[in-house]
Design a protein around this ligand. Structure first.
Ligand SMILES: O=CCCC(=O)O
Length: 468
């Protein structure tokens, strides 16, 4: 796919960009390695000052960055502006906590001095998606840079202006030239970068297929990798739930980001006694959602990011219906310019239908009925994915059982699954491994070095940095 801004609203190509030549890529990789040598020696105070400034830029320029995101990938403008401001929260989270989170951890071993020291790894390659083109990048970059690593960004080819803006933000904030660079390379070049000895680790947010390819390449090169992949998140509603609140949240959870979020609820598993009422209210509310120009403040659901995503989604809907799934709403692309797909509701898919086991990346909800709590958990776990789960019940025993029984990296009770700088984020099964954000996120790309000193004096040599 060419590196270009192609409006998902009109289908028009607005700007194209050249890929890096081999020599240009080589210069950038060398720059990353050279910068790392001096950058790792900078103090937490300096890094924090630059990161605080990055947060300010993200907030002050939220309108400009929001328009850029909406133009390139089609999310409603208000959500895009909010994404820029939310990215600032990740910067600030690590401004105030990085030093403490990376302080030596003392360990008591038979009277010896022992501790774990956290040291940066080096240049980290981040392969990032278009769906949250700022947030996904910043939530990698903020902890990685605060830990003393340098970043190399291979962004999705349909959000090049966002990639350029992110590099500018970190440079303008004061980070040294080369601490965060964007690489305009084809997907076919990614393996070369992963294999390059100057690159020390890889993080990917993307599809299951991309996860397999990147994970295999990182494995061959024996490099640390974090994979944040897809999800087919369940949204379980039990009879004691506040039905009104559950229905409202369910619709928002499905349509967030035009339905293109890894943690969007995709399968709504509702207990039999309330299933019919939930279905009626859910379909009614989905019908009221306004599809249109994402720059228009009245729009709830903008276009899908690319024609390919629209085609793939529609094929999954058609195949599900052919397999015996009930179609309750929508189900056909809108036609005309732009990649518009209406809010769509499917119900009772048989296990062979894509709506039962695959991730549907767009505004298509699947309703399933559960006989009881154990059946709800069985249905929730019946996909290869395990990212997030939203569960709705007032019953404490049911809450406990759901928290324990669901195979997922995150369970939210009576709430929408949402990322937050303070909470670890990631999945299990085919949703990937490793964690982003919070304390666990900053420890992914460090060498946790074990030190044991057996001596009469026992005093540890002082660290050059407070946190190392
Ligand atoms: O698409 C996955 C990430 C969504 C989020 O972090 O809110």
């Amino acid at each position: 796919m060419a590196i270009a801004t192609i409006s998902p609203t009109t289908g028009k190509t607005l700007r194209t960009f050249n890929v890096l030549s081999s020599e240009e890529l080589e210069r950038k990789l060398q720059k990353a390695a050279d910068t790392f040598r001096s950058y790792r020696e900078t103090s937490f105070a300096d890094r924090a000052r630059w990161m605080r400034r990055a947060a300010e830029i993200l907030e002050v320029e939220a309108e400009r960055f929001g328009r850029m995101m909406t133009e390139e990938m089609g999310k409603p403008l208000e959500a895009a502006k909010a994404e820029s401001s939310k990215s600032a929260t990740a910067c600030r989270y690590y401004v105030t906590r990085a030093e403490k989170l990376l302080r030596d951890t003392p360990i008591d071993v038979d009277g010896d001095t022992a501790f774990v020291r956290y040291q940066p790894l080096g240049p980290v390659l981040a392969i990032m998606p278009w769906n949250f083109p700022f947030w996904q990048v910043v939530r990698f970059a903020a902890p990685a840079l605060m830990a003393g690593n340098v970043g190399l960004l291979k962004h999705a080819s349909n959000v090049p202006q966002c990639a350029i803006a992110l590099e500018e933000i970190f440079r303008t904030a004061g980070f040294p030239e080369g601490a965060f660079q964007s690489l305009f390379i084809e997907t076919s070049e990614v393996n070369r970068v992963i294999e390059d000895p100057r690159v020390k680790a890889v993080t990917l947010t993307g599809s299951e297929g991309a996860g397999r390819a990147v994970g295999a390449a990182a494995g061959r090169a024996i490099k640390k990798v974090v994979l944040e992949l897809g999800g087919s998140d369940p949204f379980i509603v039990m009879p004691s739930a506040d039905l009104d609140k559950a229905v409202h949240t369910a619709v928002s959870a499905r349509l967030i980001n035009n339905g293109q979020s890894c943690i969007a609820a995709k399968r709504f598993i509702v207990a039999e006694p309330i299933a019919q009422e939930f279905e009626r209210r859910f379909v009614e509310r989905m019908k009221t959602m306004v599809v249109g120009d994402p720059m228009d403040p009245k729009t709830d659901v903008g276009p899908l990011a690319t024609p390919g995503i629209l085609e793939g989604l529609h094929a999954q809907v058609e195949e599900s219906v052919k397999a015996g799934t009930r179609l309750l709403l929508g189900g056909k692309p809108q036609g005309g310019p732009g990649n518009f797909y209406p809010p769509t509701v499917l119900a009772d898919p048989p296990p062979k239908a894509p709506a039962f086991h695959d991730e549907l990346f767009g505004p298509v909800a699947t309703l399933l009925r559960a006989r009881d709590l154990e059946h709800a958990i069985e249905l929730a776990n019946a996909t290869p994915f395990g990212l997030g789960a939203s569960v709705w019940t007032q019953d404490a025993n049911e809450q406990r059982r759901l928290i324990d029984g669901i195979e997922a990296g995150m369970v939210f009770v009576n709430a929408l699954v949402a990322s937050d700088a303070r909470l670890p984020f990631g999945g299990v099964k085919h949703s990937g491994h490793g964690r982003e954000l919070a304390d666990l996120g900053i420890r992914e790309f460090v060498n946790a070095k074990t030190v044991r000193i057996t001596s009469a004096s026992g005093a540890p040599p002082p660290s050059k940095h407070a946190g190392e």
